[in-house]
Structures are given as structure tokens and as C-alpha cells.
Ligand binder design. Structure first.
Ligand SMILES: C[S@@+](CC[C@H](N)C(=O)[O-])C[C@H]1O[C@@H](n2cnc3c(N)ncnc32)[C@H](O)[C@@H]1O
Length: 211
């Protein structure tokens, strides 16, 4: 048997370390939720199952070019899912409005460009010549003020390259996603039960430019 007290101790320390980080991230979410409930929109981070469903919308072919913008990354569960999917960190841009959460993301993912700003002004911080292949959003459109939601969606429409994907999750299991431009075509819709609360992931494609 290859049991050794040293190995057991290091596994135990690893377990304690990982869980301490999880608890710290949960504490940050709770603090932000108390500070700005409509902006946070949730008490719980997205589960790995939800993150993998969102990242799964990006096919291997799609990963080959352009940049990938994540909106409302919180403490980073979906960012982790995108990295697991194989999105190159140097071609990821993460947008998070809360300075506290943006700092947490920068520390957690030092090789990713984390921008602390509102999604409604993301193009001011992204090179406009870059092709944006996909925008992956956890923004709480249902709890944000209506005009903020519309402004963000107009910015998404303007930023996303023709033919690009917009991936969004919602806790509203029935009904239409709010604000999505009528020109966007829904290409996929999946429920994720292993999330608190269960969620629905929808994927839209912006029309290709007319030639
Ligand atoms: C529902 S939480 C999602 C957090 C994380 N992605 C997750 O899945 O656990 C929504 C996040 O969107 C951020 N947020 C809200 N409004 C925003 C805006 N206008 N621009 C950028 N981020 C925003 C909040 O600070 C929060 O971190």
C-alpha cells in the first residue's frame, strides 16, 4: 500500500486550501449582493455544469480565431468553464463591473485581460479592429433596470462580429430572453438542472454581413 502521512497531509492541505478559496468567493458574492442586489442578481456562483453548458456552445472550429468576451464574470466559474473548453486565455476579455470582483478575477486568472467597466461601454476598452467571435454573458438582465439592459444589448449587437455567437443563461425557465435583437437567430436552448437554481442556456447567432 502506498499510504504515507506526508501524502495524506498534503492532500488534506490542498482540500482545505481549495475550500477556503471557495468560501472566500462565496463571501464576496454575498457582500456584493447586499451592496447591489439588482446588479448581482444571484446568491450562488454558477455550477461547473452550467459553465460547461455555456462553454460547450463554442465549437472547436470557432475557437481558432477572434476574441471571446465574457460579461458579468463574478468570481469566475464561467471563466473556468471557458478555459476548460480550450479558449486561449490570451484571446479572452473578461468584463466585470464590480471593482471587488474584478480584482478577484485578475488575481485568479493573471493571464486573462480583466476589464472593470459596465458591459454597456465595453467597446471603449476593446480594440475595435479585433474580431469578436463570441460574447458569453451571465448578466442578470431580468433584475437590471430595463434601460440598462437595452443599452447593454445594443452594445453587444454593435460589438459582436457578423456570424458571432451570443451565449446567455437565465433562471427564467420559460419565456423569451429579454432585449435580444430580433435579427439574432436562436440556435440552441438547454436546461441545466445541476445549478442552484436550475437555469436555461440560450445561444444566438448574429446574422452574417450581407455581401
Ligand atoms: C449573476 S452574477 C454572475 C456571476 C458569475 N458569472 C457566475 O456565473 O457565478 C452577475 C454578474 O454581473 C455583474 N454585472 C452586473 N451588471 C453589470 C454590467 N452592467 N456590466 C458588467 N458586469 C455587470 C455583477 O457584478 C455580477 O458579478
Amino acid at each position: 500500500m502506498n499510504w504515507s502521512p506526508d501524502k495524506t497531509e498534503s492532500r488534506f492541505n490542498g482540500f482545505v486550501g481549495r475550500n477556503r478559496m471557495r468560501v472566500q468567493r462565496q463571501y464576496l458574492i454575498l457582500k456584493e449582493l447586499i451592496r447591489q442586489p439588482r446588479v448581482m442578481g444571484t446568491l450562488f456562483p454558477s455550477s461547473p455544469a452550467l459553465a460547461d453548458e455555456m462553454a460547450g456552445a463554442l465549437s472547436p472550429g470557432l475557437l481558432k480565431s477572434g476574441i471571446f468576451v465574457e460579461l458579468g464574470a463574478g468570481t469566475g466559474p464561467v471563466t473556468e468553464g471557458l478555459l476548460r473548453r480550450g479558449v486561449p486565455p490570451e484571446r479572452m476579455v473578461v468584463v466585470e463591473k464590480s471593482p471587488v470582483l474584478a480584482e478577484c478575477l485578475s488575481k485568479r486568472f493573471p493571464s486573462i485581460n480583466v476589464i472593470c467597466c459596465g458591459a454597456e461601454e465595453m467597446r471603449n476598452h476593446i480594440n475595435r479592429n479585433e474580431k469578436i467571435t463570441a460574447i458569453i454573458s451571465s448578466l442578470p438582465f431580468r433584475s437590471l433596470p430595463f434601460d440598462v439592459g437595452s443599452a447593454i444589448m445594443a452594445e453587444i449587437d454593435a460589438a459582436l462580429s457578423p456570424g458571432g455567437l451570443f451565449v446567455q443563461f437565465t433562471y427564467a425557465l420559460v419565456g423569451k430572453m429579454l432585449h435580444v435583437p430580433p435579427t439574432f437567430k436562436k440556435v440552441r436552448s438547454h436546461f441545466v438542472l445541476y445549478n442552484l437554481p436550475p437555469a436555461k442556456v440560450e445561444v444566438f447567432r448574429k446574422p452574417k454581413a450581407k455581401s
